[in-house]
Write a protein that binds this ligand. Sequence first.
Ligand code: PLP
Length: 420
Amino acid sequence: MIDFNTLSKEELINLKQDLQKQYDGYLSLKLDLNMSRGKPCKEQLDLSNDMLNIKDYISSDNIDLRNYGILDGIKEAKDFFGSLLDIASKNIIIGGNSTLNMIYDAISRLYIFGYNGYTPWHKLDKVKFLCPVPGYDRHFDILEKFNFEMINIPITKDGIDMDMVEALCKEDESIKGIICVPLYSNPTGTCYSDETIKRLAKMETKAKDFKIFYDNAYAIHYVYEKINLYNIFDACKKYNTEDRIYYFFSTSKINFPGGGISLLAGSDNTIKDTLKHLSIQTIGYDKINQLRTVKFLKDKENTLKFMDKHANILKPKFDIVLNTLKENFKDNPILKWEEPKGGYFVSVNTENGLAKKVVSMCKELGVILTDAGSTYPKKLDPNDSNIRLAPSFPSIEELKKAMDIFCLCVKIATIDKMLA
Ligand SMILES: Cc1ncc(COP(=O)(O)O)c(C=O)c1O
């Protein structure tokens, strides 16, 4: 595809007429395609159907799991996730089916009660959080709910702009935390380097109750390349900063988002502090689901092999997105994109001021994308440029059509901007 910047005004007008005809053709098809959320497709969900046949309810230490109790999770689940994620099982609490719920609750507790004797955050004039951008909309929604001020931190090829993070945290006591996705980030696919993780562990923070919300949602969710993340607990141990970590993970995208299990991991102090409050919130989570999850996934080795099956389903879909972008924009730099090695998304950037327009044009043609702006706090993308594509849910045929339409809309919107 030719570089639009080399075309004359007349050539652009002619091209626009051609593209508009294609647009009008799609309009008459009344399509209904959705590339908006990172949901596993039916084929992926079906991989775990055998889990539903597991009816056991007696734990390995002979406890009847149908009854109340075991607030922090059953032993086999804590051992399983400890081994999978390389975290001591005593530092893990197994929760319900949603990490987001655990993140929301953890922030609520810090807000209402404070961490281990520190001033509760609701008593402070201002609480600020660092937000790597583009990032995950639901994280930002939680922080917005608590009225925290969100500071955008640019994503870099090694993770996040650590110079900026260190400078801010060192000076400003009202910065109480950062929320980040260290591996195959949503939406950029960014993987944090060892150096980035060590710096997060080592950095000086003026707030003594500074917390890193470390949402390792895609810890084993590779598509093209398996990447090992440096263990943040090991890094923190060295600098005696383990209390700053709130680590999250779930099986939402291993078995079922509607029936998985989540976990929170932290230092001894954090686990103790959390359980103190959690014991008032609940007598225990769904232990029967914990047991059948572990019986189904078995061990680390089997789980990693199981993730190959997900990768085999996802790879052709990511290929379509990335190859279509390449075919359309390799020589026409009106759209830029990241090449993720895993996770659930492809992040693209239009020319400034065009993301909202492209998303609404796609919608008019029946292709639903994540709302433009969603990848920024308060849905405010300062450049109106970032769009998140989610290839997992649609079928291959739907995805091909959706991507053709997306590329068409980018071209028309860009030509309109050039002609304006
Ligand atoms: C970074 C990140 N964290 C958390 C979630 C949701 O996790 P859960 O289903 O465990 O609530 C998602 C889902 O897309 C995500 O991308």
